[in-house]
Design a protein. Structure first.
Length: 162
């Protein structure tokens, strides 16, 4: 069962901590290791070149979840939500060295169980290659894709080559 800890300030009044053996998932923003999170995301296909300052601002305005082995961060997920009707899941990863152990599924289970994200009408995410992971926690393909629109700038963070 998740352990809930009251927190002061930040985008969440409730910090979730859940333990499984030597691993922990925490939504305490202060625990996040920016070197690990930025190190991974700045080379990820979906946000390659992401500036550290942009990530820090995004994290301050999101509900973040860190996956830890002891004190070392080995995974991450971020949610943008009004905590009433909608949530968008971003930036989910588990370091390559820790894949294949069900940790990504557990991380996402913790995300969707967070008490401030209950009773939402819609959850959304985009993925190129992790459909089977997200299906395990209830995500499906869009029911009405023709109703969804976007403004998409795929090369937002890429530095032009000189």
């Amino acid at each position: 069962m998740p352990e809930l800890i009251a927190a002061v300030g930040g985008p969440s009044a409730t910090v979730l901590e859940e333990h499984r053996g030597e691993f922990m998932v925490s939504s305490d923003l202060a625990r996040m290791d920016m070197n690990v999170v930025h190190g991974y995301l700045s080379r990820a296909y979906w946000c390659e070149g992401l500036p550290r300052e942009a990530l820090e601002r995004a994290m301050r305005n999101s509900l973040c979840f860190g996956l830890f082995e002891g004190q070392n961060q080995v995974g991450f997920a971020r949610v943008v939500s009004d905590r009433t009707t909608f949530a968008y899941v971003f930036d989910v990863f588990v370091l390559e060295s820790h894949r294949g152990r069900g940790l990504g599924t557990w991380l996402m289970q913790c995300v969707v169980r967070h008490p401030e994200l209950q009773g939402l009408r819609r959850w959304h995410l985009t993925t190129r290659d992790a459909h089977s992971l997200y299906r395990k926690v209830g995500f499906t393909l869009l029911s009405k894709p023709e109703r969804h629109m976007e403004v998409f700038t795929p090369d937002m963070y890429k530095v032009p080559k000189s």
